[in-house]
Design a protein. Structure first.
Ligand SMILES: [Zn+2]
Length: 496
C-alpha cells in the first residue's frame, strides 16, 4: 500500500484504460494494414499497431507505472541503469525509439518492458545481479522484447480475438480481488509472452550486450540465479516475480548457450563483467518491503509512514500491492479481507455507505463504535460479485486528527459469510494507530557487505544480520548455491 497514492480516493480503482482506446483506434486499421515487417527479425507478421501508436501506448502506460509502483528513490541507480540501458538501446535494431529506463520501487524480482521503449527493472532484482554483465543481460532481454515488438504484437492478437485489451486481471489473478483492484495499465506489463518470444528476446539481448561490450554470458548467469530464487526469498507480494511472467528459466538455458556462442562470435570484444562497478552501488539498496509501502511482519501489516498496524487471521496469506493489502485463507479463494485507504465523503457512516454503494453493495445493518481509541463505523453489506450474491463485513476507521479513511472489508459468497465474519471482525478490531516512536523503530532493510570469517556459514551470516532473510536467500543473492559454503576472507552481500 503506497502512502502517496492511496490517499486519493476510496472508489474502486479501475483506471479506465487509455490503452484500450489507443488500441481500439488501432483496430480500425485492421483492413488497411495487415502485415508489417518486424524491425528486429525481418519477418512479416500481423501488426495492427503502428510505431507511433506503439510509442503512444507505452507513454500512457508509463505514467500509470510511475504513479502506481513508484520510482525507486535513488538517483545514482537511476542514472546507472539508464547509462547501461542506453548503450544497449544504441546497439539495438531500433536505436531511435524514445528509450527510457527506470528502477521501480517494488520488492519483487522482475523486469518488464512496454511497447515503444519503456523498460523497468524492480529494485528487488538489483541484489540478485552478480555484475554489470547480468544487469546488461536483463535490460538487453527487455530491449529485445521491444525491438521484436512482442508487446505490440500481443496487443494486435488480442484485438483480433475481439477481447480489446482486457488486461486489468493479468496482474497475477491471485492478486486481483473481487473489487478489480489491479490497475488496467499495468496489465500490459505482465503479458505472458510465448516461449518463442522469450528465446528471441534472449537471443537479441545477448547480441546487444556483446556488441555494446559486455560478456553475453551474463544472460545464462542471471537465468541460473532466477531459477534458484524460492518463493519466500524473493518477496512476490503485489507484483509477480519473474518466474510468474516467464517460462521456467532452466528450460531456456541450453538455447541461451547457443545465443551466447553466436553473440561471442559476432562481437569478440564483448567481455566486460564489471562486478566492482555494480557492487559499489549495491550497499544501502532497500531489500524486501519498504516503510513507504508498508510491511508484512508475520500476521501483522505495519505502515510506519501512515502510522497504523493491523493483524490478519492466523493462516491467511497476506499480499501487499500498491493500492491495497489483501489476505486470503491458504487454498481458499472465496474469502478475502481487503484493506484500502482513501479520502472521506462526509462522516464515517456516509463515507462507508457511499464507497460500498460504488462497489455495488447495500447496507443491511451497522453501528458506530470506538475501538483502540479510534472512531469506527462497522456495517454489514450485501451485493453481487460476478453474478454471485456476496456479503461483506466492512469497518471504516479514521486516525485521530487525520483525513484518510481506512476501509477493512471481509467479503465472501453469501453462503460462506458466516465462516468469514469472525475473522473479518477480529481484523477490523485489531486496527490501531502506531505511536511515533513505534513507527520510528521500523526501518527499511538494506543490503550490506561483510567479510566472511573462518567457520562462517550462510546460516551464521543470516543470523548476524538478525535473520532478516533466510540463509538460502543469502546464498542466492551472492550468486551461490544454497548448499555452498561462503569462502573465508571474501566479501559477501547480506541484509540487515
Ligand atoms: Zn521476457
Amino acid at each position: 500500500m503506497r502512502a502517496t497514492v492511496t490517499s486519493h480516493t476510496l472508489q474502486v480503482t479501475r483506471h479506465t484504460s487509455q490503452i484500450t482506446s489507443a488500441l481500439m483506434a488501432g483496430a480500425w486499421l485492421l483492413m488497411a494494414t495487415g502485415c508489417a515487417t518486424n524491425p528486429a527479425t525481418g519477418k512479416r507478421e500481423l501488426m495492427l499497431v503502428s510505431e507511433s501508436q506503439e510509442i503512444q501506448m507505452g507513454r500512457e502506460a508509463d505514467a500509470d507505472v510511475r504513479k502506481t509502483m513508484g520510482v525507486y528513490d535513488d538517483a545514482a541507480w537511476q542514472k546507472y541503469v539508464t547509462d547501461v540501458g542506453m548503450r544497449l538501446a544504441r546497439a539495438s535494431h531500433r536505436p531511435n525509439l524514445p528509450w527510457k529506463f527506470t528502477v521501480v520501487d517494488e520488492p519483487a524480482v522482475n523486469a518488464f518492458a512496454l511497447p515503444g521503449g519503456f523498460i523497468y527493472i524492480t529494485r528487488g532484482i538489483l541484489p540478485y545481479l552478480r555484475d554489470e554483465a547480468e544487469l546488461a543481460a536483463v535490460l538487453g532481454h527487455e530491449v529485445g522484447h521491444v525491438d521484436a515488438r512482442h508487446g505490440a504484437s500481443q496487443a494486435s492478437k488480442q484485438i483480433v480475438a475481439g477481447v480489446g485489451i482486457a488486461l486489468g486481471g493479468v496482474l497475477a489473478p491471485k492478486y486481483k480481488t473481487a473489487f478489480g483492484l489491479a490497475g488496467g495499465g499495468l496489465g500490459l506489463l505482465f503479458l505472458k509472452y510465448g516461449r518463442e518470444d522469450e528465446l528471441e528476446a534472449d537471443r537479441l539481448g545477448t547480441g546487444y550486450a556483446a556488441s555494446a561490450g559486455w560478456d553475453p554470458a551474463g544472460m545464462p548467469g542471471l537465468l541460473d540465479t532466477l531459477a534458484k530464487i524460492d518463493e519466500v526469498g524473493g518477496s512476490s507480494r503485489g507484483v509477480p516475480n519473474w518466474a510468474l511472467t516467464h517460462p521456467p528459466a532452466a528450460d531456456r538455458v541450453q538455447k541461451v548457450q547457443e545465443s551466447v556462442s553466436a553473440a561471442k562470435a559476432a562481437s569478440p570484444g564483448g567481455t566486460a563483467r564489471n562486478r566492482p562497478q555494480l557492487e559499489e552501488r549495491l550497499a544501502g539498496v532497500v531489500f524486501g518491503d519498504s516503510r513507504e509501502k508498508g510491511m508484512v511482519r508475520g500476521r501483522e501489516f505495519v505502515h510506519p509512514v501512515m502510522r497504523f498496524a493491523l493483524t490478519f487471521p492466523q493462516g491467511w496469506e497476506i499480499s501487499n500491492s500498491d493500492d491495497a493489502v489483501t489476505a486470503q485463507p491458504t487454498g481458499d479463494a472465496n474469502a478475502t479481507i481487503i484493506l484500502q485507504a482513501g479520502a472521506p465523503s462526509g462522516n464515517l457512516q456516509q463515507t462507508a455507505d457511499a464507497s460500498m454503494l460504488k462497489a455495488g453493495f447495500q447496507r443491511v445493518d451497522g453501528s458506530s463504535r470506538t475501538i483502540n481509541g479510534l472512531p469506527f463505523f462497522i456495517g454489514t453489506y450485501q451485493g453481487v460479485i460476478e453474478k454471485n450474491r456476496a456479503t461483506a463485513e466492512a469497518g471504516f476507521v479514521r486516525l485521530n486528527g487525520r483525513d484518510d479513511v481506512f476501509r477493512i472489508l471481509g467479503v465472501a459468497p453469501e453462503a460462506q459469510f458466516s465462516n468469514v465474519r469472525p475473522a473479518a471482525d477480529a481484523t477490523i478490531e485489531s486496527f490501531r494507530e502506531l505511536s511515533q516512536s513505534e513507527a520510528n523503530a521500523i526501518q527499511n532493510r538494506r543490503i550490506e557487505f561483510v567479510t566472511v570469517r573462518n567457520g562462517d556459514t550462510w546460516v551464521s551470516i543470516a543470523a548476524a544480520g538478525g535473520n532478516v532473510v533466510k540463509p538460502t536467500t543469502l546464498a542466492i543473492i551472492n550468486g551461490e548455491a544454497p548448499a555452498s559454503q561462503p569462502r573465508p576472507g571474501s566479501r559477501v552481500r547480506t541484509v540487515r
